[in-house]
Design a protein around this ligand. Sequence first.
Ligand SMILES: [Zn+2]
Length: 421
Amino acid sequence: MSKNIGAKPIDLRRQNYQSIIQLFRNHPTLAVRDIAQVLSLSKTAITNILNNLTEMDIIHAVGKGESTNQGGKKPEMYALNSDYGYVITAYFSHEFCLCQLYDMNYNVLGEAMESCTVQEGYPYEEVLSILARQISSVMEQNNLDERRLCGIVFQCAGIILHKEGILSRPILSPQWGNELHVIEDIRARLRISAPLYLNNTSRFHGCYELLECPERRNKNIITLFCSSTVGGSQLRMGHLIHGLTGLVGEYGHLTTDYTFSERCNCGNYGCFETSVSREPVLRRICRDLKTHAVSSLSRGDLSTLTIQEVFQAANDGDSLARKHLDYVIQQFTVLIYNMQITYDPDEIIIQGIYANSGSYFQKSLEENINHLSLHNIQNRMKLTFSFSYGTSSYPDQLDFAMKGAAFFCFDQYFKDLEFTV
Ligand SMILES: [Zn+2]
């Protein structure tokens, strides 16, 4: 691993602690040598950190493991104390509220869910009451001692001022008005002293990728989530980047096609979101299918067409499906080229529908990206296709964002602890 010249020593120390805690979440037990194989830290540094974490009751020594093939001393094994702390994550929109309780191993211990049955959706005030009720109920059902609650994370769609806890533009629920003081309003309804956080779902989809791979904490990562809408995040050295007014990550509204006549939800023309999100792509294909039907996608009832069928047809050589995907690939190429110049990231991670698009889309995009180059500088950026469809029935792969939010909350908690060695 290259040295992180820009990072402060105290920040690096925290990152080391957090990386080790994170490793335990994916492995039931670990010895010093197991950690040394994954993280670029000396065995002495790891032993010191493990001793400190044991003293803080965050991990436990659980006995001796097996010695290596070469023999030698049996190593001391450690495991996470999953009862050490809990977090609650809560998603809200005018249609749906979901609240989950997580332990440190990312098991969901309790859940409350409520969908709106009326067309116009929940008013903002009602969402606040539902959330407060859901939180109290998951805590009661699990006999949760508030002192063990590391924090509560709220997430929704829209532009967020995270420090102030304000939802400044609820883009998918415009009827709520602007500048909603979510954290303040929740505090007024909930007698809990634990820290409360607010951010948008795309950023927590980004945090999920750090949970998946602790090495990404030392990198500059961009995530791009595409489904019915487009959002994203920038994670630099394990930190979410927000910008002055919370706009970092609104990649759906970067302009990738100035000639495009369809107007975006934001009011502008030529946005990446109107070119690549699911419904506009399917609409354009259906329009084409009505006029020249030479495609394996042709059928009597076009409303049954899915984006997965389009990917499959392109993989099988269907020229109409390929023509439409070529346009989408071109938009991705423009976006990623601009992102490379803006961020010069180590990795761009594509999540959502295009993560499961198969060989035609992914190979063409990879080829295009490999040819992108400014001043003939060799492209070293990694392009990754991540999760697409989860197993849950929640909308927009929300299960990944809920887990990402839980990760964020534990991370904030451990960031605020004093690690002195
Ligand atoms: Zn837009």
